[in-house]
Design a protein around this ligand. Structure first.
Ligand SMILES: Cc1cc2nc3c(=O)[nH]c(=O)nc-3n(C[C@H](O)[C@H](O)[C@H](O)COP(=O)(O)OP(=O)(O)OC[C@H]3O[C@@H](n4cnc5c(N)ncnc54)[C@H](O)[C@@H]3O)c2cc1C
Ligand code: FES
Ligand code: FES
Length: 1337
């Protein structure tokens, strides 16, 4: 498209106080990529590209020359077209503060409160709070929490992030849990003594050290932009590229003329709807209109009829206007506003709310958009304009359905929306149920309104609208018509439910699945509305209408999490310990400040190197097929494409013995990489990838565990353990029960997607590989073998990884091979950073699990025999599946001594992406399985669950099923502490009391014990190396084979080196993990990465310390620097390698005996929840974790690991659901469809207690590895929900021996609370339709 006979304007905006002039602004360019690639500001991160994670958050400041006001707001730069920024000031994390210049208190507090682990989400967190504080110097805690709605963190569990920002709040929060009348935030009063005489501390940072807030230090809005805004008020702005023209008219008249001329041109405001389709070729628009400077479209006025809101007002502005206006109006006039406000509180994150416009929301009419049902029910009016004049139409169901007669014309625009006042006899309600409480699209939403004849309950008008069911909001118009004239009573309700279910039909194979649940929500919402209205009628006419019964009252109100608070208690260091010795103290993460300032460099932040190419892959669209042909000819024609790389280009081995890097003749899952396109830019490479044509010949796929069992499709031999005499055990049991557990998988969802940069060197075919991996040695080995080189030519470098959780052990090596083969073929550096959807498509995750049990037990709850069959869905290759099933078999006993036990484990081979390691490595599945058996026994015996647990828990010195000896003393210590600290028994009684009074809401509580085995079942997995150099100025460089994944490994290494060399931390530095310094490192995983590398670092330091011995003895009062200088003069080597051979472990599957794990650690967790039986929503009220961490080297890091793992576990067990199509294609490929826990999911009270006086003679300094153990404790939430569901079922007279599938999502909770509404809905017979998704577990 030519530039409309006019030259393109210069795009002018400011970034961090500096003026940017873009003479050739491309309307298709988005700010995130512009910042990172053009301005080299890599602090702003790519996490998803669809507005769902917040890693890309920046602050936008704009000036309105009409009202002369500056507005600051957060925004997702991944959706922001740069052309929308003309005249705006952008602040990125680099502008907030930097180590070089000045750190902002927001950054400093986040780092000091340990709010960053891997640090990838951290700049986004900083920016969200920065934008909040620019608008509110002293925000409320609610504002702080709401500001973080749109930011995801996969590592921390959010508690420390909230803690750090609580320090900015106007009200200081205190948990009151110390019970002493003292504030837990009061650092002076922290020390207290446990009964055993050790000092217990709480709090992990010292607020007294925080920098004061100084708003005068912030950038002012550039006066030049104010002038520009004034001067350009009447000027049309045009920015054009070869493909697209962006026009920003300055008046409504001009906009309407343009719309008449280009009726197909969209109006881009927030780009949050249009921008989501950017990968869709049909979404290309040659002309784009940007109406943001048109005063009529920004209007806000209070009229006689209602509030008029300009169409370009964003949703955050709408919310603020409503918050301000509602208290000023009589309550009866505000019902629609209250309903809107309720939806706005949970709609998206603050970034999207600040970008998305009301007009865009109304026009884009997304199926699950939350405001349209209420706007429609409330009879809102759209004020339209075109070059032909103005008119008004109702935002009614006909408009929402897009019927031509009721729709806006192509040449029309919405200028504003009139949202009318409600009246006295009118009731309006809004409902929403989503997969997560906040920042999640609705599964179903609803807007309902009834108007009564004055003073009566006779229906005069009724509107019932639902979102999330069809392609747009649907109305139950006919049902409503039939109900007019009826009284508001039970008969009307049952008629209404029947009518609605007939009118709003959802086919069994509907996209999005959850069909029966969605049908249930239709009537559940209707019921809640019915009760709300009855309640309202009573309030209006108390003598005419009676109040709802207590039972019914409990159906009202939605569950909303409050402001989370936490307490962390841990053993203090010995008072005699040197103040310089950092071991045992909550030292800040070595990269904490760099994370918070965005200066920490991740792979894709490395500056582009000379002649660098980008890479995009072509992946299989078939689950199982022969590759008949690959045609790359068209791809090679795409401008910028340099080459296409296939299996034929691999000079050496194409992958490893188990898995191909490029599929050659056959594909074995959807998402398998077939070839790669390299081009000058990523856009060109992606374009090229789309042009590659592959012809397949279909083969029969195996997708589910059931299929695999039928086809005898297994990855490995059965793994089996037996203890006692199982047949005898069953014979002597009072009762035997049998059952099953199905459990879904889990996406790693590390915030940094897989990334690799390969740079060929000039000589000897050497290559540098910069890679985000947990296993640099494997990368080196695979790349070398693919290129037919010796490993000594491949240098792997990993500075830090933006989250991994097991997902970056095996997979990155293949990505590195792809990039290295491309670099080898082209002779140029190649960057391969996966986009989120590709990362999720290609890589597998946690193994879905299916378990069958037969359990024999006595009347007193003692289990005396159990026969377990465990299956995992391994996917298409072996990967880590063999080890995972072994661990499931070895760990399935958890904390329980089952005298006669048989466990058999099978890893199924299917045509799904290969599943791999994931935090906990099989234990989260095995643990849930055995706890399910415990619950089943408790249900059958009628005994309290905790009593059955206690009856079966290991006691004293004991042996596992594989004959490994251990002492269960600390298991009991944790259990008893947890019962005590959580006040379990009295809270359990309160839960029961609550449940007696509330029919529609139930509470549940559960306490779970844990025996967790740390490490691997072979010695060589635990070996580690280190290299420590002392330089002549006394500074020390520590290197080791472990990789920083966010778990703080380097921080602990520096603490260890500091203790061993007796020098302050400030002397010691860590640079990167590299195959050139420490070779042959094992993968950093299994909770032991830190302690084994610590041993190696300790070894190296002790060697050096010993070498300095004679010098120190000679000059005992000398300084460190003197000793080093003297040592150098004496030709003493100041460099040493350290080595740790590994813990002696083994497992013999023939004899079924072994010392499979170096040591065990113990813990317990108690969680309480509340569920909403009508919708399936739940809220996490409180969790108490007690952990046997022995002597923690760094309590801040260890508690961070426990909390982060726990929340990830909560995600696995209650939230995260992966869907696969019947053809084996993963359907959940981003944060929009796959929900990891957000701030709203953490318990309102979250307490962690590390038991004191515990020893571990095996690990360094008597520590224990905390990386994974907390994960399984997330199952306490699962069982608390189960407890609540059981209470509901009991009251409804339903069987109590029910089994729940994990994750326990809102859908599963609702459907388990079977009631009159679930019974009403039509059921579809399985096998009579093709479902949208299949169950692969
Ligand atoms: C991560 C994310 C989370 C979200 N979560 C939720 C959620 O929880 N609940 C929810 O309800 N919604 C949610 N949304 C959707 C959001 O509400 C809509 O995308 C948004 O309201 C659209 O507004 P916009 O200004 O960005 O529209 P744009 O994308 O700029 O435009 C959308 C369409 O509207 C047209 N248009 C815009 N203004 C006008 C006008 N004045 N006259 C005529 N046509 C116009 C444009 O031509 C275009 O076709 C989410 C979106 C994202 C990206
Ligand atoms: S990258 Fe923008 S929100 Fe995820
Ligand atoms: S620290 Fe938040 S994602 Fe890693």
């Amino acid at each position: 498209m030519a530039c409309l006979d006019k030259q393109s304007d210069d795009l002018v905006f400011f970034v961090n106080g500096k003026k940017v002039i873009e003479r050739k602004a491309d309307p298709e360019e988005l700010l995130l990529y512009y910042l990172r690639k053009e301005l080299r500001l890599s602090g702003t991160k790519y996490g998803c590209g669809v507005g769902g994670c917040g890693a890309c958050t920046v602050m936008l400041s704009t000036y309105d020359p009409v009202v002369k006001k500056i507005r600051h707001h957060p925004a997702n730069s991944c959706l922001l077209p740069i052309c929308s920024l003309h005249g705006a000031a952008v602040t990125t994390v680099e502008g907030v503060g930097s180590i070089k210049n000045r750190i902002n208190p927001i950054q400093e507090r986040l780092a000091k409160c340990h709010g960053s682990q891997c640090g990838f989400c951290t700049p986004g967190m900083v920016m969200s709070i920065y934008a909040l504080l620019r608008n509110h110097v002293k925000p409320s805690m609610e504002q702080i929490i709401s500001a973080l709605d749109g930011n995801l963190c996969r590592c921390t569990g959010y508690r420390p992030i909230i803690d750090s920002y609580a320090s900015f709040a106007k009200e200081q929060t205190c948990c009151q849990l110390r019970g002493t009348g003292q504030c837990c935030l009061d650092q002076e009063e922290l020390g207290c003594s446990s009964s055993a005489g050790v000092r217990i501390r709480s709090g992990l940072c010292n607020p007294a050290e925080f920098l004061p807030v100084d708003p005068t230090q912030e950038f002012i809005f550039p006066p030049e932009l104010m002038r520009m805004a004034q001067e350009q008020q009447g000027k049309t702005l045009i920015f054009c590229s070869k493909r697209t023209t962006w026009i920003s008219p300055s008046s409504l008249k001009e906009l309407l003329e343009l719309k008449a001329k280009y009726p197909k041109a969209p109006l881009v405001v927030g780009n949050t709807s249009l921008g989501l389709n950017k990968n869709d070729c049909d979404a290309y628009h040659p002309i784009v209109l940007h109406p943001l400077r048109i005063p009529e479209m920004q209007v806000v006025s209070i009229t006689d009829d209602g509030i008029v809101i300009g169409a370009t007002c964003c949703l955050a502005q709408l919310r603020d206007i409503l918050i301000e206006t509602i208290p000023k109006l009589p309550e009866e006039k505000t019902k629609i506003y209250q309903a809107l406000l309720q939806q706005l509180r949970t709609l998206a994150g603050e970034q999207i709310r600040s970008m998305a416009s009301l007009g865009g929301h109304v026009v884009s009419r997304g199926s699950a958009w939350d405001l349209n049902p209420i706007l429609c029910a409330g009879k809102s009016v759209l004020n339209l304009a075109s070059d032909g004049g103005k008119r008004q139409i109702f935002l009614d169901d006909q408009f929402l359905a897009g019927h031509k007669h009721a729709d806006i014309e192509p040449k029309e625009v919405i200028v504003s929306v009139l949202i009318p006042y409600s009246t006295k006899d009118e009731f309006i309600s809004a409902f929403k149920q989503a997969e997560r409480q906040k920042n999640a699209f609705s599964i179903v939403n609803s807007g309902l309104r009834v108007l009564f004849s004055p003073g009566t309950d006779t229906i005069v008008d009724l509107s019932i609208l639902y979102g999330g069911i069809g392609s747009t909001t649907l109305s139950a118009r006919k049902s409503c018509e039939k109900l007019i004239g009826r009284q508001w009573n039970d008969q009307m309700l049952s008629e209404a439910c029947k009518l609605v279910l007939e009118e709003i039909s959802l086919p069994p194979s509907a996209s999005g699945g959850k069909v029966e649940y969605r049908r249930t929500l239709l009537v559940s919402f209707l019921f809640r509305f019915y009760l709300e209205v009855l309640h309202g009628l009573h309030q209006m006419y108390p003598f005419r209408y009676s109040e709802l019964s207590q039972d019914k009252m409990s159906a009202l109100g939605v569950l909303q999490s409050g402001v989370p608070q936490g307490v962390q208690l841990y053993q203090d260091v010995d008072p005699g310990q040197s103040p310089q010795d950092p071991v045992g103290r909550p030292i800040m993460h070595q990269s904490g400040i760099k994370h918070a300032t965005g200066e920490a460099v991740f792979i894709d932040d490395i500056r582009p190197v000379d002649r660098e190419l980008s890479l995009a892959v072509v992946t299989s669209i078939k689950a199982h097929a022969k590759i008949k042909s690959i045609d790359i000819s068209e791809a090679l024609q795409v401008p910028g494409v340099i080459n296409v790389v296939t299996a034929k280009d691999v000079p050496g081995k194409n992958g490893n013995d188990e898995e191909e890097a490029f599929a050659k003749d056959k594909v074995i899952c959807v998402g398998q990489i077939i070839c790669a396109v390299v081009a000058e830019t990523l856009t060109q490479a992606k374009h090229g990838a789309k042009k590659v044509k592959i012809v397949y010949e279909d083969l029969q796929p195996v997708l589910t565990i059931k299929d695999a069992i039928e086809h005898n499709s297994y990855i490995t031999e059965e793994r089996k353990l037996e203890k006692g005499d199982i047949e005898k055990g069953f014979k002597s049991a009072d009762k035997i029960i049998e059952g099953e557990l199905h459990m879904g998988g889990q996406e790693h969802f590390y915030l940094e997607t897989n990334s690799v940069l390969v740079i060929p060197r000039m000589e000897d075919k050497e290559m540098d590989v910069y890679v985000s991996t947990q296993h640099a040695t494997d990368v080196q080995k695979l790349v070398a073998s693919a290129l037919n080189l010796q490993s000594n030519k491949i240098m792997c470098h990993t500075k830090r990884v933006g989250g991994a959780f097991g997902g970056k052990i095996t997979k990155p090596s293949f990505f590195a091979v792809i990039a290295a083969v491309a670099a080898n073929k082209t002779g140029r550096p190649v960057r391969f950073a996966l986009e989120r959807n590709m990362d999720m498509l290609i890589t597998g995750g946690r193994h879905p699990f299916f378990g069958k049990y037969k359990v024999g037990f006595m009347k007193d709850g003692r289990i005396i025999a159990a026969d377990f069959q465990c299956y995992i869905n391994g996917g298409c290759t072996k990967d880590e599946s063999e080890l995972v099933i072994e661990y499931i078999v070895l760990k399935v006993d958890n904390a329980y001594n089952i005298p006669n036990l048989r466990v058999r484990g099978h890893a199924c081979k299917t045509n799904l992406p290969s599943n791999t390691a994931f935090r906990g490595f099989g234990f989260p599945q095995a643990g849930l399985f055995v706890e399910t058996c415990i619950v089943a026994v408790a249900t059958k015996t009628g005994l309290p669950h905790e009593k059955v647990r206690e009856k079966n828990m290991y006691r004293g010195v004991n042996r596992t099923a594989f004959k490994e000896e251990f002492d269960a003393e600390n298991l009991w210590k944790c259990w008893k502490e947890c019962l005590d600290k959580s006040d379990y028994h009295s809270r359990n009684a309160k839960v029961e009391e609550f449940n007696r009074k509330n029919y529609w809401k139930k509470k549940g509580i559960a306490i779970i014990p844990m025996k967790f085995s740390v490490g691997f079942n072979a010695t060589y997995f635990h070996q580690a190396g280190a290299l420590v150099h002392i330089y002549l100025d006394g500074s020390v460089l520590v290197t080791h084979g472990g990789i920083e994944l966010g778990q703080g490994i380097h921080t602990k290494m520096l603490q260890i080196a500091s203790r061993e060399l007796k020098i302050p931390l400030s002397y010691i530095h860590f640079c990167e993990t590299s195959s050139t310094t420490v070779p042959n490192g094992k993968y950093t995983a299994g909770s032991v990465g830190t302690e084994i590398n610590a041993r190696a670092v300790q070894d190296a330091c002790q060697i050096l310390w010993k070498r300095l011995d004679p010098i120190r003895r000679k000059n005992p009062k000398g300084k460190w620097e003197d000793w080093i200088s003297e040592a150098h003069k004496k030709s003493i080597s100041l460099s040493a390698t350290g080595y740790f051979k590994g813990y002696v472990t083994n497992m013999d599957w023939e004899t079924k005996k072994g010392h499979a794990f170096p040591y065990f650690l113990y813990g317990a967790a108690c969680s309480e929840v509340e569920i909403d039986c009508l919708t399936g929503a739940h809220k996490n009220i409180r969790t108490d974790i007690v952990m046997d961490a022995s002597f923690s080297i760094n309590p801040a890091i260890d508690i961070g690991q426990i909390e982060g793992a726990f929340i990830q576990g909560v995600g696995l067990y209650t939230l995260e659901e992966i869907y696969f199509s019947p053809e084996g294609e993963q359907l959940t490929l981003g944060p929009d469809t796959y929900k990891i826990p957000a701030v709203c999911d953490i318990p309102e009270q979250f307490h962690v207690y590390l038991v004191p006086n515990s020893c571990n003679s095996i690990a360094i300094y008597s520590s224990k590895g905390m990386g994974e153990a907390g994960f399984f404790l997330g199952s306490s939430v699962f069982f608390a929900i189960r407890d609540a569901v059981a209470a509901a079922r009991k009251e409804r007279g339903l069987p109590l021996d029910f089994t729940l599938i994990s994750p326990l999502t809102a859908e599963r909770i609702r459907m388990a609370c079977d009631d009159i509404f679930t019974k009403m809905i039509p059921k579809d017979k399985p096998g009579t339709y093709k479902p949208w998704a299949i169950d692969i577990s």
